[in-house]
Design a protein around this ligand. Structure first.
Ligand code: HEM
Ligand SMILES: *[C@@H]1O[C@H](CO)[C@@H](O)[C@H](O)[C@H]1NC(C)=O
Ligand SMILES: *[C@@H]1O[C@H](CO)[C@@H](O)[C@H](O)[C@H]1NC(C)=O
Ligand SMILES: *[C@@H]1O[C@H](CO)[C@@H](O)[C@H](O)[C@H]1NC(C)=O
Length: 317
């Protein structure tokens, strides 16, 4: 086990072995009304603010890409700022923790000490997509919660909006996800908002963008860094609170908001897939669902690893 290659194989083996334990019926006897407990809390949060569905979907992505889907992003770290919430892609950006806390409280009341926060994120992501009009799927469950979080892994693994296509491909490959998975999962940007700081360079400095769209976005995102950094714009200009395939139609029209979005349709190898998704919501839906299930399989803690947190924001004492 001393050679680095052997270690890689060992970790791959651990990863694939662990995901085999997830099952769609994991809580069917231990917490039979789990889905019915979660959904109303989510419905009420999303009816108050439609964007919340987007924020919860993103939380699941940012959780899974950092040492697996283990609830690590939910750990709030006020001691030494080494938690994932302090990483660059998350800071002043990820949100939805209060809603996760409310869901967890409801679940703890119904089934104390049974359901992990990692699984709550997986279910919340699915339900959010459904509530906003997207496809449904059966969520695999049985993940346990991490006792640690990693700011450095979050900085390393979560792709930046400045990423090139090859960079996006390799960040997803590092998680065992294909280029097709990456393109399909990016369709999540059919909902939600981004800050000026995330799209400033794309709208001011790049040419693969529709000029009237760029002009519109510039009007609420000052050129100077530091000015209006947190001003928001919708990732999907037309239906930002509806989960549809509009994201891909935007890309075909050169109206992707982020540099990384437009990279998927920029005279490259993923153009044809973007076109296919833009013209078939059925194809997008089925590829998105398959990719969400694969993303949810990333390195879960199972068996006696990790714990079932009592509160999602902190490890058990
Ligand atoms: C392909 C690489 C990706 C990159 C570079 C990327 C980057 C970003 C950035 C920069 C934002 C805006 C953050 C801000 O300005 O505060 C954002 C928002 C968002 N991302 Fe991604 N993302 C990617 C993939 C994904 C995936 C795979 C999902 C989920 C499956 C996802 C879901 C979302 C959602 C729903 C929002 C809006 C969140 C909200 O309104 O609170 N993204 N993303
Ligand atoms: C950060 O603080 C936590 C809890 O106080 C501790 O367990 C952890 O080891 C600390 N991390 C670093 C890198 O100092
Ligand atoms: C645009 O590019 C110029 C020249 O490379 C650079 O100095 C400037 O900071 C960039 N502006 C933005 C908004 O990224
Ligand atoms: C940019 O978008 C506008 C508004 O949808 C459209 O009228 C215009 O033709 C587009 N420009 C280009 C170069 O495609």
């Amino acid at each position: 086990m001393a050679s680095p290659l052997a270690l890689v194989f060992f970790l791959l083996f651990l990863g694939s072995g662990a995901s085999a334990h997830l099952s769609t019926s994991f809580y069917s006897s231990s917490c039979p009304n789990l889905f019915g407990t979660i959904k109303p809390v989510l419905r009420s949060a999303i009816s108050k603010e439609r964007r919340m569905g987007a924020s919860l979907l993103r939380l699941f992505f940012h959780d899974c890409f950092v040492n697996g889907c283990d609830g690590s992003i939910l750990l709030s770290d006020t001691a030494n700022f080494t938690g994932e919430q302090h990483a660059v892609p998350n800071k002043k950006s990820v949100r939805g923790f209060e809603v996760v806390g409310r869901i967890k409280a409801a679940v703890e009341k119904a089934c104390p000490g049974i359901v992990s926060c990692a699984d709550i994120l997986a279910i919340s992501a699915r339900d959010s997509v459904v509530i906003l009009g997207g496809p449904s799927w059966k969520v695999k469950l049985g993940r346990r919660d991490a006792r640690t979080a990693s700011k450095s892994a979050a900085n390393k693994n979560i792709p930046a909006p400045t990423s090139s296509l090859s960079n996006l491909v390799s960040k997803f490959a590092a998680q065992g996800l294909s280029t097709k998975d990456m393109v399909a999962l990016s369709g999540a940007h059919t909902i939600g908002q981004a800050r000026c700081t995330s799209f400033r360079a794309h709208v001011y400095n790049e040419t693969n963008i529709n000029s009237s769209f760029a002009k519109e976005r510039k009007s609420k995102c000052p050129r100077r860094s530091g000015a209006g950094d947190d001003n928001l714009a919708p990732l999907d200009l037309r239906t930002p609170t509806r989960f549809d395939n509009g994201y891909y139609s935007n890309l075909v029209r050169k109206k992707g908001l982020l540099h990384s979005d437009q990279e998927l349709f920029n005279d490259g190898p993923t153009d044809s897939l973007v076109r296919a998704y833009s013209s078939s919501s059925a194809k997008f839906d089925s590829d998105f669902v398959a990719a969400m299930v694969r993303m949810g399989d990333i390195r879960p803690l199972t068996g006696s690893n990790g714990e079932i947190r009592k509160k999602c924001s902190r490890i058990n004492y």
